[in-house]
Ligand binder design. Structure first.
Ligand SMILES: *[C@@H]1O[C@H](CO)[C@@H](O)[C@H](O)[C@H]1NC(C)=O
Ligand SMILES: *[C@@H]1O[C@H](CO)[C@@H](O)[C@H](O)[C@H]1NC(C)=O
Ligand SMILES: *[C@@H]1O[C@H](CO)[C@@H](O)[C@H](O)[C@H]1NC(C)=O
Ligand SMILES: *[C@@H]1O[C@H](CO)[C@@H](O)[C@H](O)[C@H]1NC(C)=O
Ligand SMILES: *[C@@H]1O[C@H](CO)[C@@H](O)[C@H](O)[C@H]1NC(C)=O
Ligand SMILES: *[C@@H]1O[C@H](CO)[C@@H](O)[C@H](O)[C@H]1NC(C)=O
Length: 381
């Protein structure tokens, strides 16, 4: 019996706890320039509400102060200056004191206190923390070093004045240990942090033109931000090469950054305007005469240096009358050879020769069929 009474008492107590008057707020986090809802409601009361008021203690106004009051008769009212960014979106009759703050700045961050004044019990309040996230201002600054042995900075990626601190990464891909990253954060009094990250390494030709984007992530950004970057290393022309691009054209190529300019020269003589034409990297031969014979040189040059490659031209004169004769002779010769080979094969001499060749081989295997035996003949030929 005593137990039952105790249980009932406990139950009654709990019900009273749940049924008790409460002011419910919330914890609001918003990105700067966005809209923040400062929720506040009063529940479980039959008493009459006389006013809802709001206090704030922010970065801008660190001392707790009354700034907004809602009365059933006159509606919302500001204290110490109007701030149109605040709107009452609750419902007085519904005991709902919710406020909306638009165009939020970091200065608005702080503690907001919502106070319900009831008759007869007096005031009941709760605190609503407002956290403001500041997205980073991102930028990338690049350098263009000249090929060398000393480590340099290729680029600097900055995520400025963000809250919380942003994470700055480089997607180095296959470069691996050829580059290094140094990152340094700087914190400011207003709670923001600037993160500066540098991509450093030895400027080599192989590292030139490698894509290494910078990626910035932050809780204040809805998605990560990618800043494209391609390593630029300046170097003089290397691997100068001459390729034949058509029967009468040679083209000069080189690896260089910035791209090389090409000059064609003929050793000992000037380029004859009537038989060759230079068009940038290309050298066109307009006619083929023995006076073109000689050494030609292509020079590749940029502001960091020069390099060259040579080409020897020898014009072989084939008398026009004989070309057809040579072709005919060649054709005839091949026919005779083919006919002779055929006869030779039919005579069986070939087979015998094959056998003898096989006989000299050291390890004939059992799987060797006569068809296989033809193999070595081709090798002999
Ligand atoms: C409110 O939320 C933020 C982030 O969601 C958290 O860092 C902070 O501690 C919370 N504050 C309170 C009082 O719960
Ligand atoms: C919020 O900012 C926008 C754009 O800057 C502006 O047009 C608007 O008037 C501002 N609203 C308030 C209530 O200050
Ligand atoms: C209070 O008002 C806000 C804004 O109008 C609304 O979103 C919320 O649902 C209301 N709360 C209650 C309990 O009615
Ligand atoms: C915070 O302080 C830094 C440095 O004084 C300033 O550059 C930045 O604009 C400030 N950020 C905000 C959101 O007020
Ligand atoms: C640099 O890389 C891009 C893309 O990988 C490629 O298209 C381009 O030809 C390269 N440039 C040089 C000079 O190697
Ligand atoms: C390459 O040629 C361009 C265009 O003719 C010229 O502007 C540039 O200065 C030249 N560069 C060098 C290194 O000669």
């Amino acid at each position: 019996m005593a137990h039952t009474i105790l249980l009932l008492l406990l139950l009654f107590h709990q019900v009273r706890e749940i049924k008790a008057l409460q002011v419910i707020g919330g914890n609001t986090t918003v990105v700067q320039d966005g809209k923040a809802v400062l929720p506040c409601i009063l529940i479980e009361t039959q008493e009459s509400l006389t006013q809802i008021s709001w206090q704030r203690k922010t970065r801008e106004k660190p001392r707790n102060n009354n700034f907004y009051t809602i009365l059933p008769t006159t509606g919302p009212q500001f204290f110490n200056g109007e701030d149109k960014r605040f709107t009452f979106i609750g419902d007085f009759k519904g005991n709902n004191g919710t406020l909306l703050l638009s165009n939020v700045t970091l200065m608005d961050e702080g503690i907001y206190t919502c106070i319900f004044t009831l008759f007869p019990s007096g005031s009941h309040k709760t605190e609503i923390p407002l956290n403001v996230l500041v997205p980073p201002v991102t930028s990338l600054e690049s350098n263009t070093p000249t090929v060398g042995d000393d480590e340099v900075s290729f680029a600097t990626c900055t995520a400025a004045v963000s809250r919380p601190p942003a994470e700055v990464k480089w997607i180095t891909g296959t470069l691996g240990e050829k580059v290094r990253v140094t990152t340094s954060p700087t914190q400011y009094a207003n709670g923001t942090t600037t993160t500066v990250s540098s991509l450093v390494g030895v400027p080599t030709i192989e590292i030139n033109n490698q894509s290494v984007p910078c990626v910035v992530t932050s809780a204040a950004l809805s998605e990560e931000k990618t800043l494209p970057f391609t390593i630029q290393v300046h170097f003089p022309p290397v691997e100068v090469n001459i390729v034949k691009t058509s029967p009468n054209t040679f083209e000069c190529e080189a690896k260089a950054n910035p791209p090389a300019n090409f000059t064609w020269r003929r050793s000992g003589e000037s380029l004859s305007q009537s038989s060759v034409r230079v068009d940038g990297a290309k050298l066109h031969f307009l006619s083929w005469t023995p006076d073109l014979n000689g050494l030609y040189e292509c020079e590749a040059r940029n502001q960091h240096g020069k390099n060259n490659h040579k080409l020897y031209i020898e014009v072989v004169v084939v008398k026009g009358c004989c070309v057809a004769g040579w072709i005919l002779f060649g054709l005839l010769l091949s026919l005779i050879v083919m006919w002779g080979f055929y006869k030779f094969y039919k005579s069986g001499l070939l087979q015998r020769m094959v056998e003898s060749v096989r006989g000299h081989q050291s390890v004939p295997t059992s799987s060797n069929s006569p068809a296989h035996a033809l193999g070595p003949v081709e090798v002999q030929d």
